[in-house]
Design a protein around this ligand. Structure first.
Ligand code: AMP
Length: 579
């Protein structure tokens, strides 16, 4: 009987994912380089927006983004900002945790990659803001698992950008600062590159500062111009999202002009609003001031003077704002480097990391080291006088900017006579008092009742390359070792919960990928119908009828022809100065 040789197994694709606040993207390492993979619309950026449509189908990306305006109650965006928190988003009949919404974005990217590569994608390197804490990292990992993806590593976003930038450097030795201002987070890293070693020297940031905050200050200013009070905006999601869209357009327009004007259809009237560069700078002055601190700290931690840096690399969509570039230029006395694409660098760098993990031959000379950006430690009390304790103090075990993986130990003892349990509370941060740091979780260690101070406990923190923390506590008196995982926040998902949620999510109907271009046109027409008024609105309504008729014909050629025509017409309509 003839036998055929088994086909050689296809190599596992080396995938990197940038799971962004505003947009996400996916890249693959192939033939010695990283390349971005386009979605079903041919775009490499997929908006991190999820919506549920009338048929109960889940939409992800551009079509969902249009529905932010038309169906705010069925659409969620900017959920990365609350990853790992107890916040829930209600979309129609179902509530979603931020990690579930992220998992839907990841599922969509995974499908795009599988369609492009013609093979399953089961593993990826996923980027996270360097300043993401342990809970947020675990939530990201859970999101990937919910999407059926194994995380081969979480990579810090500026580190990924540094890899993408560093590999193109012709110089053997260079030092640069990566300034990464995304939609919701701000990260700064200082990176040194010498003889193929990419070494992150320091990483700092602000988890609650990003492009969205800049859009928000413009939106608030416009609300004032239009006489809209907070209560009305709170109760009217469509109006809020339309105002946000106008503010976003103005913010982006200020990138190419000194001023921007726009319109909002309000109470049956077309109302104009305007903003210029100077006003924007004033409105954003607090936000701009907040950019300085992490930069100064990164410089201090790496013990470098600004002159020692060869370049300042700007990444993240919000780094495009001229007001931001001006601040950076002023701080460093030179113009920042904009040679890497601010929206592409992170996914590309994550794919480089995937190739490094897979030990791809093209990267055999490259080595990468990263640091943990914040200090991790436990809460302690100190005796300051007989019978007088100072409680709530922070005792760091791993200091910030320690090279990872790292394992460090701290020695602690009981305070009270007869104490039978030590409640180890784990915090992240740099402040003397734990109340000013971020609480990560706690663990209880049982101890035999002895005199206060007689029980010694060795606490070991191990921080892996993904920035995930493990805690071990050994009671030295008994030799008993407790290998403990953090109990974490109430919102953190256990493994079982991940499995249950995954089964639930798999029952959701995802809008068919192949139909996305049509769905996009429909959602875009619906958005414009909601935004416009008068004859233009009527024309948009007619376009909707015509396109719906084409869809009903089920004639693929006619649908494709009409889709192209109507898309071009919509492009023209949106580009006209009135809109
Ligand atoms: P990211 O998370 O890196 O995708 O960055 C998204 C952020 O970049 C959002 O806050 C956008 O408003 C902002 N952004 C994108 N393009 C521009 C632009 N041309 N000018 C100003 N901000 C932009």
């Amino acid at each position: 009987m003839p036998v055929s040789a088994a086909a050689p197994a296809a190599p596992v694709p080396m995938i990197g994912i940038d799971l962004g606040t505003t947009n996400s993207s996916i890249a693959v390492w192939e033939g010695g380089q990283a390349r971005l993979i386009a979605n079903s619309l041919g775009e490499v950026l997929t908006p991190s927006v999820v919506s549920v449509d009338e048929a109960g189908h889940v939409l992800v990306g551009r079509a969902a983004e249009h529905r932010r305006i038309t169906h705010p109650h069925l659409t969620a965006a900017v959920f990365k900002r609350v990853m790992g928190s107890a916040k829930r988003f209600r979309l129609g009949p179902r509530e979603f945790a931020p990690e579930e919404l992220s998992s839907l974005v990841l599922t969509s990217l995974k499908h795009d990659a599988e369609a492009a590569l013609g093979q399953p994608v089961r593993e990826a390197v996923i980027s996270v803001p360097a300043y993401f804490n342990d809970t947020q990292r675990k939530a990201t990992k859970n999101a990937a698992e919910l999407a059926g993806l194994k995380v081969s590593r979480l990579i810090n976003e500026p580190t990924a950008a540094a890899l993408a930038f560093g590999l193109h450097q012709s110089r053997d030795e260079t030092r640069f600062l990566v300034f990464d201002l995304g939609g919701g987070t701000f990260d700064v890293s200082i990176v040194e590159l010498f003889e193929g070693v990419v070494e992150v020297k320091a990483s700092t940031g602000d988890n609650y500062l990003g492009g969205e905050d800049f859009t928000q200050v413009i939106a608030q200013d416009m609300a004032q111009q239009f006489g809209l009070d907070a209560a009305r905006l709170e109760s009217d999601g469509t109006l809020r999202n339309r105002l946000h869209a106008v503010a976003e357009r103005c913010k982006q327009a200020l990138g190419t002009g000194k001023s921007a004007t726009d319109q909002l259809h309000l109470d049956g009237q077309e109302r104009s609003c305007a903003i210029d560069e100077e006003r924007f700078e004033t409105l954003a002055s607090d936000l701009l001031a907040r950019l300085r601190k992490p930069i100064e700290r990164a410089m201090r931690d790496s013990r470098l003077k600004p002159a020692a840096l060869d370049s300042i690399v700007m990444v993240g969509g919000a780094s495009r704002m001229p007001v931001v570039r001006k601040i950076v230029a002023r701080m460093f006395g030179r113009f920042p480097d904009t040679s890497v694409h601010p929206d592409h660098a992170i996914a590309l760098g994550a794919a480089v990391q995937a190739a490094l993990i897979a030990q791809d031959a093209a990267l055999s000379e490259v080595l990468m080291t990263d640091v943990c950006p914040y200090s991790l430690g436990v809460e302690v009390s100190e005796t300051i006088a007989p019978n007088q304790n100072l409680d709530g103090l922070f005792s760091p075990i791993i200091e910030r900017n320690t090279v990872v993986p790292a394992s460090r130990m701290g020695l602690y003892h009981t305070m009270h006579d007869g104490q039978t349990e030590i409640d180890l509370k784990v915090y992240q941060g740099e402040q003397r008092f734990v109340k000013d740091n971020v609480y990560l979780g706690s663990l209880k260690v049982k101890v035999p009742p002895l005199k206060g101070g007689e029980i010694n406990v060795e606490v070991r923190f191990s921080y892996d390359v993904s920035g995930l923390l493990e805690v071990d506590a050994t009671v030295l008196n008994t030799g008993k070792k407790h290998s403990l995982t953090l109990l974490g926040h109430a919102s953190a998902m256990s493994e079982e919960e991940v499995a249950t949620r995954r089964a639930e999510l798999s029952r959701l109907k995802i809008h068919p990928r192949d139909d996305m271009p049509n769905k996009l046109v429909l959602t875009r027409i619906e958005r414009l119908y909601a935004e416009l008024s008068g004859p233009e609105r009527e024309a948009v309504g007619q376009a909707l009828t015509q396109f719906t008729m084409a869809l009903n014909s089920q004639d693929t050629e006619r649908i494709a022809r009409e889709r192209k025509q109507v898309s071009q017409w919509l492009d023209g309509l949106e580009a006209s100065p009135l809109n």
